[in-house]
Design a protein around this ligand. Sequence first.
Ligand code: SF4
Length: 485
Amino acid sequence: MYNNSERRKFDPAKSDSSKSANSFEWPFRLNFYDKSPWYEVSLEDFERYALDRLRVLAEIESSFARNRSWEELKSVTTRQCKDHIPLNSSSASTVDTQTERRNDHLGHFVLRLAFCRSEDLRRRFVKAETALFRVRYESDDTKERELFLQSRDFKWTEVNSEEKLQYASELKGLGIQQPEEGVPTTERLYKVRWTQVPDLVNKRRVLLKDGCAYVPSKEQLSIVLRAFEANLENALDSTARSIMRMDGDTRLTEILNHMSRGFVAGVASEYSGPATGDEIRADMVDDLAKRHFPLCMRNLHECLVRDRHLKHFGRLQYGLFLKVLGLSIDEAIAFWRKSFSNLTDDKFNKEYKYNIRHSFGLEGKRANYPAKSCQQILLTDKPGPSDCHGCPYRHFAPDNLQTSLLATYSSQGLTSTDLAEVMRTVKEGHYHVACTRVFEITHAAAGVKKGDGIGEGESVTHPNQYAAKSIEIEKAQRGDAMAVE
Ligand code: SF4
């Protein structure tokens, strides 16, 4: 991608004026990604466009885990695509479609590098990419789609009238009607090797003759999707074989490792708060925790109340969360001082106050640290047996998790009958999806329905996003009255 002698610097600023010259680089909105990037790429673009795409793919993966119908998945994905990886048809005159397609192309190839590394990642990537392709295919301009199909060899032959007539009764049996006796059906039929459409063969939706499947035009999409999948599977296999050469470049491997974690916990948007728009006082935290915090923060809060102490990673996870929620430095010091009630003032000031000020960027290198996202909580600093940090959906034993869920959320409407669904999702490794489902259940009384997630179907990817949405819902319920008093 970097050392190609053919490479040509792509300058988005110039791309509008050079649109006609570039117009054949990406002639269609749909893409099978046959040709790897031949243009120069900055490290920033390398990461940026892959992350944008990963946000969409992670939400598609969540949609599968949440058993969304195809129409629901399509609508969530279309919205996400519009926000993160817009791709307009060639007829859009006010948009630089070549830049959009170049960014889409780049994002796909970076993720290929990230997801070729294990059988499981390859399978999940192919599934999510195929769904994304299908969403775009179904929403594509009919004429442009037709031209795209003509531009590729799908190894299909259109069946002529004579052959249609020969198999008329069998086709009729499959629901491919002919207008009247002795007249071949007017529906277009494509003949392909049966191995190109195993799903249709399985569902007996095609006529099989001599190793060929006769596919009606309404099922044409199956042929295209299967070809897309097969293409991508082969490409991932060969990328996996050649990736060894790249493993020496730590700049890239770090980015790629980070990307491949995106499927475990979604990709969090930057979250800088304050979440509620209101300042939180130390004496409000206990009440807010009980009404609005996700399980990871509820657990930390309860450990803190019980033990009057939290270990380092617990303090870090909870402290940054509270900071982003709206706790000022003075209120944070007041909160932690009161919570660590077993300590003397002297010990607290010497051993803890500095770290609190440090997390607000007032000491040391004065960085304003962000709160941890679900991905960071799920994948870094694995908790030991006596730690309270981490994500309970991932780090608790199943029995403990069920007990904890009921103890924490039964007053907010979670019942033991909800546990089967939540635990199934946890078992499949979709921890943030389980957390999203719990959010929906515990906010059902406020009108949140299954599939709504934390708004417009989105899954939880950040604890602050969970708490902020919960507070926002309560505020909306109360009208303009403050939820946080
Ligand atoms: Fe916290 Fe995220 Fe786990 Fe939910 S999924 S409990 S918000 S870390």
